[in-house]
Design a protein around this ligand. Structure first.
Ligand code: CTP
Ligand code: CA
Length: 228
């Protein structure tokens, strides 16, 4: 693995990564988010950079330092994340979606802070589903012709292999990576299940740094050779 990174087998590749949670506004002072720490995505960005790639990291609201040499774009909402990703994906050769994108956003966020009405009546929030960023990118012409290798993540509470296999097909991506429980949010280590068309294999529990390096190696050897 050390020799692999010394060889910089991702040099000449552009890698685009989403990381962290998204934040969906309810009003100017409130919103809906989740417990994603962003650590796995940031570790992958670092590993990709160390393997020689040109890396863009589209990050939701997290307090993590930007890995050296990585271009970071900060976003809040899923819609902002989609906008930041869509154009950049057209020139990338790898897209890795580690972000815990909010599945729904409030349909009509208030421009003013919502006040208690004084009668104990609760506000009623309507929701709309956010666009699936990974599925959208995976169905773009650039990906469909094989010039963009897309990788998804999945955190499941049960039946990981079954859900990850179904999710890989539903999203139309060649590689889907499952977080092997218990819940890994915020932890420094993890274990991963890699599911592709050939089957599945496990990357046993290790630090997110080491797993990120192993995952980058797994992705690199699945890429088509660079055209010269
Ligand atoms: N994802 C995405 N955009 C969304 C939702 C998910 O890009 N709006 C990506 C995630 O970054 C991840 C993969 O899709 O790589 C799977 O996300 P997950 O939440 O596990 O799947 P969902 O399709 O949202 O299904 P569910 O949450 O119902 O299991
Ligand atoms: Ca989801």
């Amino acid at each position: 693995l050390v020799a692999f990174f010394a060889a910089k087998l991702l040099s000449g590749r552009k890698v685009l990564i989403t990381a962290g949670p998204t934040f969906e506004a309810i009003d100017p002072v409130r919103g809906i988010t989740n417990l994603s720490s962003g650590k796995m995505g940031f570790a992958i960005a670092r590993a990709a950079r160390e393997a020689g790639a040109e890396v863009t990291l589209v990050a939701g609201p997290v307090h993590l330092p930007t890995p050296r040499g990585v271009h970071r774009v900060n976003v809040q909402s899923a819609q902002e994340m989609l906008a930041a990703v869509e154009q950049r994906a057209q020139t990338a050769s790898v897209f890795i979606a580690t972000a815990a994108v909010a599945d729904w956003r409030p349909a009509a966020p208030s421009t003013q802070k919502i006040k208690k009405d004084g009668f104990g009546q609760m506000p009623v929030l309507g929701f709309v589903e956010n666009t699936d960023i990974l599925a959208t990118v995976a169905q773009s012409p650039h990906a469909l012709v094989g010039d963009l290798y897309c990788v998804g993540f999945a955190a499941e509470s049960h039946d990981l292999l079954i859900h990850a296999t179904a999710k890989r097909q539903r999203k139309g991506v060649p590689l889907l990576v499952g977080n092997i429980g218990p819940a890994t949010f915020g932890q420094d280590d993890n274990a991963l299940l890699l599911v592709d068309a050939q089957g599945h294999r496990e990357l046993p529990r290790a630090s997110k740094r080491v797993l990120a390096q192993q995952l980058i190696a797994e992705i690199a050897r699945r890429l088509p050779a660079l055209r010269t």
